[in-house]
Design a protein around this ligand. Structure first.
Ligand SMILES: [Zn+2]
Length: 409
């Protein structure tokens, strides 16, 4: 079985975290100078590991092993959220690098190839899962023309040109090349940390549905308009928000989460009755049945609000993704490896966050493994995981990859 060098894994993670270092975390938005430098550094490390790396036309770093007979693709993303953590994405990329080195050094792994990907912009500074979608053929040139930066307003074309990636070919999945895709990631929630467990075997990546709910009332003077004749869109919004929270609590499954993360009033002034209001509701679940139940409940509540008035309520879907099950054979291999290295200290669980693995699952078997996030903190510079868990995770991940490659020999 391939041997992991734990110190080397931690040292590489710390080196990668120097690009865009911020407090104890990292600020490395996609295509920023720090992100571009990190991608070139990664390509260099992958070349030292004996692979052939390329940085493609959207900034994906993909490292190939031309000699191998059977190949696993292993990766994650290398940019971070604004003022984010040092492990989100980076962990899965550095595990890929370490596995490539460990497999190359082990005679038992002759013929096995670990190919490594650092996908571009999973975090959506320009467009979520941009790099992995490009790789599976799910991103058109027209779409690239239209995308602008979420925080900067800069066009994606301009960002790619500044990064030095414009005009490069985009790498594409080669059918039959890989027996599958594996991704390791920090959990980002507190399920493992709170229960003293060390490894998560991902069963499903949750489905997500987003809706924009708008309220039309009548804008008027906050002093002279008598209460009985008001049509206050703000009141209609907070009433419906409360009903959604109450109703979802009654019908939700054990893993359902829902969030009203954005609310707005027009004109949003202290002495004006709001004539228009808008909020966004998002809910997530690994089970499509609960997603459907929430959507039906939302429709019923909106119909109810429209019947009772006095404002008009409209719902519009903004985005939706279906739950993505991970390959059952890969789950079994990850679980067997976890049981070998940490008996009884692992858990099968859904991923409540989206990941590139859900994109790759569209064209090859995919699997994911989690390690704990201390206190369940992520998308924040204080995000962290104990070094023991980082090293244990690398060993389990290598063992799982070895089992998968052997089983499909
Ligand atoms: Zn991530």
């Amino acid at each position: 079985m391939p041997t992991i060098d734990g110190e080397r894994v931690v040292a590489d993670l710390k080196r990668l975290a120097e690009f865009g270092h911020y407090k104890t975390g990292v600020h490395r938005p996609t295509y920023s100078p720090d992100d571009v430098a990190a991608r070139h550094w990664l390509a260099g490390r992958l070349r030292e590991a004996g692979l052939d790396p390329v940085i493609d036309g959207v900034g994906n770093v993909i490292a190939y092993d031309p000699q191998a007979q059977r190949r696993l693709l292993i990766g994650s993303h290398s940019e971070t959220q604004p003022y984010g953590g040092w492990l989100d994405g980076a962990l899965g990329v550095i595990y890929g690098l370490e596995l490539a080195r460990a497999f190359a050094a082990d005679p038992d792994c002759a013929g096995f190839g670990i190919e490594v990907a650092a996908w571009a912009d999973e975090e959506g500074h320009y467009s979520s899962y941009l790099g992995s979608r490009s790789y599976i053929g799910g991103l058109t040139e027209d779409e690239i023309d239209r995308i602008t930066g979420r925080d900067t307003g800069k066009t994606l074309r301009a960002a790619l040109a500044e990064a030095g990636f414009a005009g490069r070919a985009r790498e594409r999945v080669e059918p039959g090349r890989h027996i599958g895709y594996l991704e390791a990631h920090i959990e980002q929630g507190d399920t493992l940390d709170a229960s003293g467990l060390h490894l998560g075997v991902v069963e499903t990546i949750v489905g997500i549905r987003n809706f924009r709910i708008s309220f039309t009332g009548e804008q008027n003077h906050a002093g002279t308009t008598r209460m009985v004749r008001r049509r206050d869109a703000g009141v209609a919004m907070v009433r419906l928000a409360t009903r959604i929270h109450d109703r979802f609590a009654e019908i939700a499954g054990p893993r359902t989460v829902w969030t009203i993360g954005r609310m707005g009033l027009e004109p949003n002034a202290p002495s004006v009755i709001p004539g228009h209001a808008e909020m966004q509701l998002q809910f997530r679940d690994p089970d499509p049945g609960y997603l459907d139940a929430c959507e039906s409940a939302l429709s019923a509540l909106v119909a109810d609000a429209n019947r009772s008035g006095p404002c008009r309520v409209a719902v519009e879907p903004v985005a939706r993704s279906a739950p993505t099950p991970m390959d059952p054979g890969f789950q079994a291999s990850i679980e067997a490896a976890a049981e070998h290295h940490a008996p009884g200290l692992h858990l099968r669980m859904p991923s409540a966050a989206g990941h590139d693995a859900a994109v790759l699952a569209e064209c090859m078997p995919a699997g994911m493994m989690f390690i704990p996030s201390l206190g369940g903190v992520s998308h924040h510079w204080s995000e962290d995981t104990g070094e023991d868990d980082i090293v244990l995770g690398a060993r389990v991940f290598a063992d799982a990859a070895f089992r998968i490659l052997q089983a499909r020999r």
